[in-house]
Design a protein around this ligand. Structure first.
Ligand code: PDD
Length: 283
């Protein structure tokens, strides 16, 4: 079955779908995006993803490419046309096509690209059950990582370094030695009965999975501390894990080659992964 992408009003075969060479996303990384999990053909936490997109657009004074209700329709159409039951839908908005000039163009014609792809849910669950290794890298990103922009070069380099070290994710570490977040995920540890993660006010993207997990912790009566942690604390923790729309909750068993806790996926992280979709919005 051929894949279909949505580009500025057109549903096109994936291999032919293209944007203009002077799209500002291509020239300046002047764009924002979202990745939403698709589960049983439904969108997971769509409302929160669209709320965050609204915030990203507003922070960058970028116009909606289509109305929010229209975007909801397009997302579903792309999911349906690609027959995705389990997988993800990716949507990206850029400041549109204009002659290369740093200042905002006079027009307000944002570009919209939507793609969707299937994933093997059982294989991902099995892989998550093994846990992942992470490596640490200095956080060399800009200060506005709260905006979900397509400017991801530091993340690309950090995740490539992780891959070359045999790990699945990189954890960024700030100048004070505190873990900020992963290259494409939020970072957590569990010490005793307390689950700990960095507050979302500085240094990280406010992950939608993170926000929904906070709801789950409250519902389960689990103790939460929103406080930054150092790499040494993570190594001494009982468990560590990451969250994102693509990894849901995935245990971290190794940091820079050293084991976390027992060196095996932690029971609490695995339990949270199992319970996550009981609380997430499925629309
Ligand atoms: N990344 N931090 C960063 C830097 C991210 O890129 C992501 C998500 C997250 C987690 O956010 P959420 O829970 O809303 O997925 C945190 C997506 C999955 C990506 O770029 O593919």
């Amino acid at each position: 079955m051929s894949r279909i992408a949505y580009v500025n009003g057109i549903y096109a075969p994936h291999r032919e779908a293209a944007v203009h060479i002077e799209d500002r996303g291509y020239q300046f990384a002047d764009g924002v995006y979202e990745v939403c999990e698709v589960r049983d053909g439904r969108l997971v936490d769509e409302t929160r993803h669209l709320d965050r997109l609204a915030r990203s657009l507003s922070e960058l004074r970028m116009a909606w490419p289509v109305s929010r209700p229209a975007l909801c329709v397009i997302l579903r159409e792309v999911v349906a046309r690609n027959r995705v039951r389990d997988g993800l839908v990716y949507f990206q908005v850029t400041r549109g096509v204009a002659r290369r000039d740093f200042m905002f163009p006079a027009h307000q014609r944002s570009s919209l690209v939507v793609t969707a792809r299937s994933a093997d849910r059982a294989a991902l669950d099995t892989a998550a059950g093994q846990g992942i290794a992470v490596v640490t890298r200095p956080d060399n990103r800009w200060e506005r990582v709260d905006i979900k922009t397509v400017g991801l070069l530091p993340n690309v380099l950090a995740k490539q370094a992780a891959k070359e070290a045999g790990a699945k994710e990189a954890w960024f570490v700030d100048a004070n030695g505190y873990v900020t977040e992963g290259g494409s995920s939020n970072a957590w540890i569990i010490v005793g009965n307390t689950i700990q993660t960095r507050p979302a006010e500085t240094g990280i993207l406010r992950g939608v999975t993170r926000t929904t997990l906070l709801d789950l912790l409250a519902r389960e009566g689990l103790k939460l501390k929103e406080r930054p942690f150092k790499v040494g604390e993570a190594l001494k923790a009982d468990e560590a894990f990451i969250t994102s729309a693509t990894t849901i909750v995935t245990p971290v068993v190794k940091i820079d080659g050293k084991p976390v806790g027992s060196g095996k996926p932690g029971p609490v992280a695995l339990k949270l992964r199992k319970a996550f979709h009981n609380i997430a919005e499925l629309a």
